[in-house]
Design a protein around this ligand. Structure first.
Ligand SMILES: Cc1cc2ncn([C@H]3O[C@H](COP(=O)(O)O)[C@@H](O)[C@H]3O)c2cc1C
Ligand SMILES: O=C(O)c1cccnc1
Length: 345
């Protein structure tokens, strides 16, 4: 294990070393895609954000033209000790019941994957062993946190061309709020919301729980994003952070889902600049803190559909747009091919 800046060695050192040497974008592929875009039978810029998405896909896939033929939605599921504080509208048993529903094909994310022809993989993370209640103890041991980050990293196949990051875990909007508050400060009440349907009093109580958790763990975490993840996060959050990193290492562009998935991405953002350059944020969730979190990350969401489900549903919808961007870019004729007169220089 390598030593950190302070000269100590710690559980996250190998991961930190990995972060020092991440692959960057393929600028040649990006430039070739831009050049081809300018030759296509349309006024430059007329496909708006689709043009930038085609370039982003090319840069992070390292290929031109970019391609979305084998997209995968990964749903990571975990359970949270903090539900003991009465912060979730539904009982904890719903996490495992929804995993069974994913496996039976009955959830919203199943229908979107079916509709768009995307693969769906559900990763169930020790649901019978909820993480520690962050109000009173760290969520994860150092060993569990590192192992779960690596599990997420390794869950990314090398033969996919786009990865959507989603989650299932009753209580995880509380954990996402605690992470955002722990990473970026501000007031707890600005990072919480109703989740699956708390009323006003429920949201106020959730803010108190989040404030208490961050007050307890913040000082001990000492500003280290990995330690904040370990103390205030959860298994599916750690696995999502690992999978986002796995996408970067395996040249698979990543689309992040809503508030909860974005809180996992936020851990990487806090670790250093450019860590999320290979990520597109699929939508802005109706969970009120998501807009604030995206602003903090400097990311503009693709869609705003008033959704607040999770499961990767917002990411899958955005992936359909990304597939459209790649198909349009790859399939259109150039001015020369179609015999259409281009504008004079
Ligand atoms: C039936 C059902 C299906 C879901 N699918 C995703 N979530 C979403 O809601 C949960 C987070 O909200 P909270 O923090 O308020 O518990 C997560 O499981 C998330 O994926 C669901 C929630 C329920 C009840
Ligand atoms: O935006 C999300 O990710 C979200 C919002 C509410 C419930 N579950 C997830």
């Amino acid at each position: 294990m390598s030593a950190d800046i302070a000269g100590r060695s710690g559980p996250f050192d190998d991961l930190r070393t990995l972060l020092d040497d991440l692959p960057g974008p393929d600028e040649e592929a990006r430039a070739a895609t831009r050049a081809r875009d300018l030759s296509l039978t349309k006024p430059p810029g007329s496909l708006g954000r689709l043009e930038g998405i085609a370039e982003w896909l090319a840069a992070w896939q390292g290929r031109t033209p970019p391609r979305v033929k084998n997209a995968m939605v990964a749903v990571f599921a975990g359970n949270h000790g903090v539900v003991a504080q009465g912060v979730a509208a539904y009982p904890q048993a719903v996490t495992a019941q929804m995993v069974a529903n994913f496996q039976a094909g009955g959830a919203a994310i199943n229908q979107l994957c079916e509709s768009f022809g995307f693969g769906l993989q559900v990763f169930e993370l020790a649901l019978e062993v909820p993480t520690g209640d962050i109000a009173v103890e760290p969520a994860l041991s150092p060993r569990d946190c590192v192992a779960t980050l690596l599990y997420g990293l390794e869950s990314v196949p090398t033969d996919i061309d786009l990865l959507c990051i989603g989650e299932m875990g009753i209580g995880n909007t509380t954990v996402a709020s605690a992470l955002a508050h722990g990473l970026f400060g501000g007031e707890a009440r600005d990072w919480v919301g109703p989740g699956t349907g708390l009323d006003e009093a429920g949201v106020a109580h959730k803010a108190e729980v989040v404030a208490a958790a961050v007050a307890r763990h913040g000082p001990e975490a000492g500003g280290d994003p990995f330690e904040i993840l370990r103390r205030l996060g959860g298994r599916e959050i750690a696995a999502m952070a690992g999978a986002i990193l796995g996408g970067r290492l395996k040249r698979v562009p990543v689309i992040v889902d809503g508030f909860v998935a974005s809180s996992a991405a936020a851990v990487l953002h806090a670790l250093g600049p450019g860590m999320l350059d290979h990520c597109l944020f699929g939508h802005v969730s109706a969970e009120p803190a998501h807009g604030r979190l995206l602003e903090t990350l400097g990311k503009a969401p693709l869609l705003d559909l008033g959704m607040r489900l999770g499961e990767g549903t917002g990411a899958a919808l955005a992936a359909a747009m990304a597939k459209a961007a790649a198909d349009v870019h790859g399939g259109m004729a150039t001015f020369a091919e179609a015999g259409v007169t281009d504008r004079e220089e």
